[in-house]
Design a protein around this ligand. Structure first.
Ligand SMILES: [Zn+2]
Length: 423
């Protein structure tokens, strides 16, 4: 049974680069030269957007071995190649965590495979055939080492890397029309995220200053003079055994890593809020072992709200006022985002919010269906998966809820049912 978490947030980029004049000519496969998971790119891009920094670049997709994040409609242009032809006519796919030292080659290839399945899905959708004209590399459009790690792994020449991608994409296209179908046919699951070796990613807004005495990276190579005395983001850490250091920190700017700095050369740490501007919103760690943003429990709902709707909730697996408010706020955010409802995102239920509610039927999918699942989970109902897909399990739960609350029992969530669920 194959699975992949697809996160569609076209509203993040929202067509800032304009519409493509026609159907895309193909796709460009990038390596992000970064350390973050695909999921972590969402708050990172939102913060870039809020600061007017999207012109620094973005691709439509960010993928790793478990998650495919889409941040714009694929009919829109993307600023991903520093070249008008590439930006106008080609879909952009970032294979994430490509910086060396974050994940093993084996895991990187899993990230790459998942991205190539997505390319295969989109090629089906647009009726494209994988060949040397449609499957492109960033470095064909502008001066860059991207895709640096795929380059190292697949023969270190434009055509050898492209031919590798082309044969994989063709194979995936032969398996099915969607990533899900391909995974199912292959009989593989998206593997659970692994933290390789002893490296701990730290997407938590921590920064440090490189001490004036610093001379060598953990690897033994010299630290360039321009790095000394500068403040960097801390991207990851790992234990080392040196006489004066027990830890090394992977430092960089934004998502681009610079090198592994030994503990002995760290001058000053600072945590989020202290001048570090390029970091993802910190996510609340699971307080309950094994809980994820997809767990069918109050804790799972709390983690989901924290991660995607700035819930700032304590993950205690208890339904209380704060969680209730965060659910209403998330619904208001979605109604504003998807339907331009113009609501105050204050987490208070009122006639305006109720009037803005749409009608959600079985078969729907997306964040509003997910929020309906969330409220029912918090009220103790079994909904058959916390995934934003309105299937029989959710329909059954909605009917049961309607019956118990004196509503019309039709399994359709309209204004009255929304009010009873969220109020
Ligand atoms: Zn690139």
């Amino acid at each position: 049974m194959g699975e992949v978490i697809k996160i569609n947030r076209d509203d993040v980029i929202n067509g800032i680069a304009g519409k493509r004049p026609g159907k895309p000519k193909g796709g460009v496969i990038h390596n992000d030269a970064g350390a973050m998971s695909a999921e972590a790119y969402l708050p990172w891009l939102i913060s870039r957007k809020n600061r007017g920094q999207l012109p620094l670049g973005f691709a439509g997709y960010y993928g790793d071995r478990t998650t495919m994040l889409r941040v714009d409609n694929t009919n829109n242009k993307e600023w991903h190649t520093a070249n008008p032809e590439g930006n106008t006519w080609f879909l952009g796919y970032e294979v994430v965590q490509s910086y060396y030292g974050i994940i093993s080659d084996k895991d990187f290839l899993l990230n790459e495979d998942m991205v190539l399945r997505q390319v295969a899905e989109d090629f089906h959708f647009y009726g494209l055939k994988p060949n040397r004209n449609t499957v492109m590399l960033h470095k064909q459009f502008s001066s860059t080492t991207c895709p640096h790690r795929s380059w190292d792994l697949h023969g270190k020449s434009v055509n050898s890397v492209k031919d590798y991608f082309i044969s994989k994409i063709a194979h995936y296209m032969s398996l099915g029309k969607t990533v899900e179908e391909m995974l199912k046919k292959e009989g593989v699951s998206a593997p659970a995220p692994t933290v390789p070796n002893t490296v701990t990613p730290q997407p938590d807004g921590k920064t440090l200053v490189v001490g004036k005495q610093a001379k060598q990276w953990e690897t033994g190579s010299n630290i360039p003079a321009f790095v000394i005395g500068q403040r960097y983001d801390v991207l990851a850490s790992k234990p080392v055994s040196k006489s004066r250091s027990k830890k090394a920190y992977l430092i960089g700017k934004g998502k681009v890593a610079t090198g592994w700095l030994l503990e002995q050369d760290v001058e000053g740490f600072k945590t989020a809020g202290g001048g570090n501007t390029d970091k993802a919103t910190p996510t609340t760690k699971p307080a309950i072992t094994g809980t994820t943003t997809q767990s069918e429990s109050v804790a799972g709902v709390q983690m989901f709200l924290n991660r995607w709707f700035y819930g700032k909730l304590e993950v205690d697996n208890k339904m209380g006022q704060a969680t209730k408010k965060a659910l209403i706020k998330a619904l208001q955010m979605e109604l504003n985002k998807q339907f331009k409802a113009g609501l105050n995102e204050d987490g208070a239920w009122g006639p305006k919010t109720e009037n803005a509610c749409i009608t959600v039927r079985p078969g729907a999918r997306g964040d509003i269906s997910r929020l309906i699942q969330a409220t029912l989970i918090c009220k103790g109902y079994k909904v058959g998966g916390f995934d934003g897909i309105f299937l029989e399990g959710l329909e059954k739960a909605v009917k049961e809820f309607q019956r118990k609350n004196g509503l019309k029992v039709d399994g359709i969530v309209g204004k009255a049912t929304f009010a009873a669920l969220f109020r």
